[in-house]
Design a protein around this ligand. Structure first.
Ligand SMILES: [Zn+2]
Length: 120
């Protein structure tokens, strides 16, 4: 059985412009809501599928990783996408900490991965 790669994304609000240039939408595999997929993740999803791995997209509200699930660190390309979307180096550090801590709750509570701030 190939591993399933779960890609966790932020839900897209209706009419919201892409948070990262070139981002497209996919549907959450659980609740069906639309989530943003950055150009880097679009390409990675294709690569994983070519390697025979199943890929699912999940929104941050549905994602429920098991304790032994492996979290992939953000790739340099993803960090560059965040910088181009306006994230500062301080924001990036905060984002890396959250990912390293597997702290989805903080993101669910309104942490904006693009700006590194709580809000909206
Ligand atoms: Zn969902």
């Amino acid at each position: 059985m190939p591993d399933t790669i779960g890609i966790i994304s932020r839900p897209a609000a209706a009419g919201e412009p892409p948070p990262i240039r070139g981002a497209t939408k996919a549907n959450c595999a659980k609740c069906g809501c639309q989530v943003w997929v950055s150009p880097y993740m679009q390409q990675k999803a294709k690569d994983f599928e070519k390697e025979g791995q199943a890929v699912t997209f999940q929104c941050i509200h549905c994602a429920n990783p098991k304790p032994d699930d492996e979290f992939r660190p953000l790739a340099p390309e993803q960090l560059e996408e965040l910088r181009q979307a306006g994230a500062t180096e301080e924001d990036i550090l905060g984002i890396l900490k959250i990912v390293a801590a597997r702290d989805l709750k903080t993101i669910r509570d309104g942490y904006d991965l693009r700006t590194g701030h709580h809000g909206s």
